[in-house]
Write a protein that binds this ligand. Sequence first.
Ligand SMILES: NC(=O)c1ccc[n+]([C@@H]2O[C@H](COP(=O)([O-])OP(=O)(O)OC[C@H]3O[C@@H](n4cnc5c(N)ncnc54)[C@H](O)[C@@H]3O)[C@@H](O)[C@H]2O)c1
Ligand SMILES: O=c1ccn([C@@H]2O[C@H](COP(=O)(O)OP(=O)(O)O[C@H]3O[C@H](CO)[C@@H](O)[C@H](O)[C@H]3O)[C@@H](O)[C@H]2O)c(=O)[nH]1
Length: 439
Amino acid sequence: MTYRITVIGTGYLGATHAACLAELGYEVLGMDVDPAKVAALSEGRVPFFEPELEPLLRKNVESGRLRFTTSYDEVAEFGDVHLICVGTPQRDGEYAADTSYVEAAIEELVPRIRKPALIVGESTVPVGTASRLADRIAELAADPSQVELAWSPEFTREGFAVEEFMRPARLVFGVRSERAEKILREIFAPIIERGTPVVVCDYATAELVKTAANSFLATKISYINTMAELCDATGADVTLLADALGYDDRIGRKFLDAGLGYGGGCLPKDLRGFMARAGELGVEEALTFLREVDAINMRRRQRVVDVAGELLGNQWIGKRVAVLGAAFKPNTDDIRDSPALNVAGRIHLHGALVSVYDPKANENARRVFPTLRYADSVMDACRGAHLVLHLTAWQEFRELDPAVLGEVVAERQVLDAQNCLDRDTWRAAGWTYRGLGRR
Ligand SMILES: NC(=O)c1ccc[n+]([C@@H]2O[C@H](COP(=O)([O-])OP(=O)(O)OC[C@H]3O[C@@H](n4cnc5c(N)ncnc54)[C@H](O)[C@@H]3O)[C@@H](O)[C@H]2O)c1
Ligand SMILES: O=c1ccn([C@@H]2O[C@H](COP(=O)(O)OP(=O)(O)O[C@H]3O[C@H](CO)[C@@H](O)[C@H](O)[C@H]3O)[C@@H](O)[C@H]2O)c(=O)[nH]1
């Protein structure tokens, strides 16, 4: 059977899913409550930066296979399968995840459904959410035997979203019936046929896989960052340490890049949401170590400010600091919980004149932190700077020529908080180079 698929919530995750599913040959209707997003996507424009996505979107919009709407009536009428990709941010002032957007989507969609439908949750939710939503769906549905829920968490990374949608490490299907499993296997058949492992499980396991995976990744990053603290205290080199650890394939080199720590719209809030959920379940102690993972991570931001202060002789007023990077990582314009912007903000509060440049995230950053100065280029950001902070590891920054940059700065000092500039080249060009956990 050829399914007609709707994607509810067309942000970073949903827009990519909608375009990729259309590319796999399905008729897809993307839906969002944000009319500006829907208008842009309908014209084949991606309202954020994700490599490879725009050509895919445009091609499928032009072919008519992919459309967008703000109407739940249209969604219910069109779809056999509805993917829920709305946001689940951290609740204001709390650790817990805010599931109200997922709940709102279910409340709007289900009463409108008049034909057999599978709803597939892809958003990251606290364990127990799917089971609660399934009960609610049974209450809301005109014919509960026609509407079923599955939970299939998503593991794509921003910056690699298209590639990882097409070639994921695994697919996880949390289901309550063979019918739901069969539909999911059919929809993702082109991906499964490439040899992708499929884990079929209950709702709770599916929900837990996601938060467990993100917590593990965060733990790995904080682990290497504690080693960076030890390297700073002993003169050891954390990059070489990570290489040596990584050669052991039980450990692996990935996610062992020490530096400014993790940020973004996922790892920080998912880790905290997981701790909050453990507390609600009465097993808070099981996850107390994650508090330390979070604390280590937040310490990295202050560490950068402290080292910057040292390099500036603890004299902030009248000093110019160039900040290279605003996005939470390279290859995205996403600034959610960006460590780079957090550091830029702290340094600005100390009284230094901060000039930020990011190849893609300047506009987003300006909206959220309008008091910082934003530069149009690396050169512009660095003109007259007493210190250059390398905070987001964009390729453009790795390829900088320190000799050329040295001509425009006031002092040749660079703090490489991502530990990925070629320090020998920088030093050879007369710069004072500092890394984090490496000299
Ligand atoms: N960003 C990623 O790469 C990624 C990867 C895996 C999982 N996730 C998870 O996916 C979910 C979405 O994340 P995101 O980064 O795409 O968030 P996002 O904020 O970019 O997008 C969410 C979208 O949902 C829309 N929305 C909110 N309420 C709605 C409603 N009732 N009906 C329809 N649309 C509605 C918003 O307008 C927004 O466009 C989160 O749970 C996140 O943890 C994200
Ligand atoms: O060795 C490393 C690797 C990453 N990071 C940082 O960790 C953060 C997260 O990076 P990454 O995981 O690549 O980005 P996300 O797009 O947030 O992806 C994570 O969050 C998504 C949403 O849940 C999941 O789907 C992905 O599997 C998971 O990797 C960024 O700030 C990186 O700079 C490090 O500090 N050191």
